[in-house]
Design a protein around this ligand. Structure first.
Ligand SMILES: Cc1ncc(CN)c(N)n1
Length: 221
């Protein structure tokens, strides 16, 4: 079993909890409230901004152009393509995308971003990949499962969202996995354990991000 297969297997209980989360079920059933969609997009716009900055930090640690190009392509993907699922939620909520931009982070989004930033500033490229990987991996699996289960037509309120994440194949997930498996091959068991902690924390924070959007989480004071 490859290192990233081990990571995925170890985090399976978290993946299963994500698949059952009421926000994810609400996408499948088309039952999310306007406020929940708006809260998600406000937070995810900032999350993806941070994610691109972390790619930038990763680029600063790359030793060759092939790896720089990979991270660069992923920044372009977020800027040019990952606006579509946000637009789907905005259309359903009856708001413009622009009016949901520039809001402060809610606690769980803040925690997730700080976790990735710590990996990026204190760690190596392996640490960064381990912390970043659950983002594309969980969404690809959610999208594939929802397409398979719901078989949505264009009249489903979240048709574009499901198509976007469910029909891209493994894409960026596979690219990151190939690199992480290659690099992990020469690491000690204790370093691999540290990477597993990075990965598991991001999986848990993916769950918390959905929960934050569903419950309209804000700072209590
Ligand atoms: C929190 C989060 N995680 C993952 C993704 C999918 N790139 C996202 N848009 N937002």
């Amino acid at each position: 079993m490859s290192f990233t297969e081990e990571l995925r297997r170890g985090a399976d209980p978290i993946y299963q909890a994500i698949f059952k989360h009421p926000f994810v079920r609400g996408i499948a059933e088309g039952t999310l409230d306007k406020e929940q969609l708006i809260h998600y997009v406000k937070q995810d716009f900032e999350y993806l901004n941070a994610y691109m900055r972390i790619y930038g930090i990763a680029i600063s640690k790359c030793e060759n152009r092939e790896h720089i190009q990979m991270f660069n392509e992923q920044i372009a993907f977020i800027l040019n393509s990952e606006i579509h699922p946000h637009q789907n939620f905005c259309d359903r909520a009856g708001v413009t995308y622009e009016e949901l931009q520039g809001y402060p982070l809610a606690p769980s989004a803040h925690h997730y971003i700080q976790h990735m930033l710590t990996s990026a500033y204190e760690g190596t490229l392996e640490d960064i990949l381990a912390a970043l990987l659950p983002c594309p991996w969980t969404y690809a699996e959610i999208g594939e499962r929802l397409l398979e289960e719901v078989k949505p037509g264009p009249d489903h309120p979240f048709y574009e969202w499901m198509q976007f994440y469910g029909s891209r194949g493994a894409g960026v997930t596979d690219k990151m996995r190939v690199l992480l498996d290659e690099w992990a091959g020469s690491l000690s068991e204790s370093r691999k354990l540290k990477l597993k902690e990075q990965y598991d924390s991001s999986c848990r924070l993916e769950y918390m991000f959905w929960d934050m959007a569903y419950k309209l989480e804000e700072w209590p004071v």
